[in-house]
Design a protein around this ligand. Structure first.
Ligand code: GLU
Length: 302
């Protein structure tokens, strides 16, 4: 499925400022940027900085400077989720008022025992122990969720197997699954292009969107960059930091992973030139149905 030209196209890149960008996040940024520009659309940047314990001071600015160095120029103001808690509180209230949430007292330890099966619904009828609670979105356990992903094709998930997602944590912080849905709608995002690690989460996000009566964007989940030893590159200690000084070669490497190999004479061209070239060539079909881009343990980005 290509990228149709649409003036209503709004794309976005939504990094969590918990560490420097790495090859996997660069691929997501480049894929969403090029797809948006190919469609003649806007491209927004949103900092997902709700998890204050994991946010690294100064990281948001560093990410923005890196995006600029790579020619990934966004439209409008950068949005920060930490400034949007009133909108999340309102959404949570609206779900709670319709009995679509419940309080859960299960500790992380209790839950890791069940990590293979998802959340088992222990507190669906009320918290089972005293103390602070998280809020979960009540899924319809027998429901199947279907969507047509622009990269991964037809996706179908059984919600019962995924369990009820946390939308407000025990420490009071709003959780990603709620915030992302509220923000994508508030920013009129029409097309979400991101890593395939979030494919499964999309099933929850579609349910939360529907419950909040928000429009459903189109989704395209790019193959995840993994080392040949397996494991998400982002989580690997050896994952390679993206260096503004190496912008042209690292951008070329990201485009090669996305099956758009710049011609040899263009590989050291300024980032803006490389991106223009990619926009001209862009075709999601080149990696249709691929779940992972496997890179060697010796990454050749120099
Ligand atoms: N903040 C998420 C991440 O850095 C991405 C969320 C999204 O694109 O929906 O993995």
């Amino acid at each position: 499925m290509g990228t149709p030209s649409r003036s209503s196209y709004v794309g976005r890149f939504a990094p969590s400022p918990t560490g420097s960008l790495h090859l996997g996040s660069l691929v997501a940024a480049v894929g969403s940027f090029v797809d948006a520009r190919k469609a003649g659309g806007r491209w927004l940047v949103r900092m997902e900085d709700l998890d204050t314990a994991r946010v690294v001071p100064g990281c948001s600015d560093e990410i923005l400077r890196t995006l600029e160095a790579f020619g990934l120029c966004w439209d409008g103001e950068v949005e920060y989720q930490s400034r949007r808690t009133a909108a999340y509180a309102e959404a949570l209230e609206s779900l709670r008022a319709r009995n679509l949430t419940f309080e859960c007292s299960c500790s992380r330890r209790e839950l890791t025992h069940n990590s293979d099966t998802g959340y088992l619904g222990t507190c669906r009828a009320g918290p089972t122990s005293r103390g602070p609670t998280a809020t979960r979105f009540r899924i319809e356990a027998s429901a199947m969720v279907d969507f047509e992903d622009r990269v991964q094709g037809t996706c179908r998930y059984e919600l019962g197997a995924l369990g009820d997602p946390i939308i407000r944590r025990r420490d009071g912080a709003f959780a990603y699954q709620l915030a992302v849905v509220v923000d994508d709608a508030a920013q009129s995002v029409s097309d979400i292009v991101r890593g395939a690690d979030l494919l499964e989460s999309t099933a929850w996000q579609l349910q939360i969107q529907q419950a909040l009566r928000l429009p459903r964007p189109l989704y395209g989940h790019l193959p995840l960059v993994v080392e040949s030893k397996r494991g998400k590159l982002a989580k690997s200690r050896r994952s390679l930091a993206i260096e503004p000084a190496l912008a042209s070669s690292q951008l070329s490497e990201a485009l090669c992973l996305l099956r758009h190999n710049p011609p040899p004479e263009a590989q050291q061209a300024p980032p803006a030139v490389l991106l223009e070239w990619a926009i001209g060539q862009w075709n999601l079909d080149r990696f249709h149905g691929i779940r992972e881009f496997v890179v060697g343990t010796q990454i050749s980005l120099v």
